[in-house]
Ligand binder design. Structure first.
Ligand SMILES: [Zn+2]
Length: 202
């Protein structure tokens, strides 16, 4: 991601919002169910065509064009591994939503991306799910079974589970290596995975 300092508008992490009005954020079958309102990423409001760069070394894990209104549009997930302090590596993911369609034509799964490398660009409203142009950036410690459909917005009643799977993206937006390490430490998402699984039991 471009380190442009304070000159971009920002939509915050773990923020409750009233703007998610599309059917995507409610239950089609049961419209009275609780809607999704809590934002798990950070939104950087930058011009279409702005470069999207990797905050650290990674591999292209998956990409898709989620074309439903107010979905991600073109979305890319990078996979990263950082030393876990026990001689092994801790894997986690970063998700980039509302990209340009051409971004996807240039990528392949498994492609190595080095820190600072431009691997995509911010999309226009006509291609990004219908949003004002912005980058949605999210850290994910465990994709569960969602892949490129991993939610960026969740129900307030499930906030603690989801925020444990998706730590504050500011951990990677700063320059401090210490912050990146602490992001890796938070990647022990197994307990949260168990809680989500339990929740999905009939
Ligand atoms: Zn967002």
């Amino acid at each position: 991601m471009e380190r442009t300092g304070a000159c971009v508008g920002i939509g915050r992490y773990d923020e409750a919002r009233a703007l998610y009005t599309s059917a995507l954020f409610g239950s089609r079958e049961r419209p009275t169910d609780e809607r999704r309102t809590v934002h798990l990423g950070i939104d950087l409001q930058v011009a279409p065509g702005s470069a999207v760069r990797a905050p650290l070394n990674g591999v292209v894990h998956a990409f898709a064009n989620n074309k439903a209104p107010l979905d991600y549009g073109p979305v890319v997930i990078l996979r990263h591994a950082l030393p876990n302090g026990a001689g092994g590596a801790q894997e986690f993911f970063t998700l980039y939503g509302h990209l340009s369609a051409i971004t996807l034509e240039k990528l392949r799964v498994g492609q190595q991306i080095t820190r600072g490398e431009k691997f995509g660009e911010v999309g226009a409203t006509s291609e990004n799910g219908g949003w004002a142009p912005h980058l949605h950036f999210q850290i994910i410690t465990d994709l569960l079974e969602y892949g490129t459909d991993f939610p960026g917005v969740v129900r307030a009643s499930e906030r603690s589970v989801w925020t444990s799977l998706c730590p504050d993206p500011n951990l990677l937006l700063g320059d401090s290596c210490g912050a990146i390490s602490s992001a890796a430490e938070q990647c022990g998402g197994n307990a949260a995975r168990a809680r989500v699984a339990a929740r999905e039991e009939p």
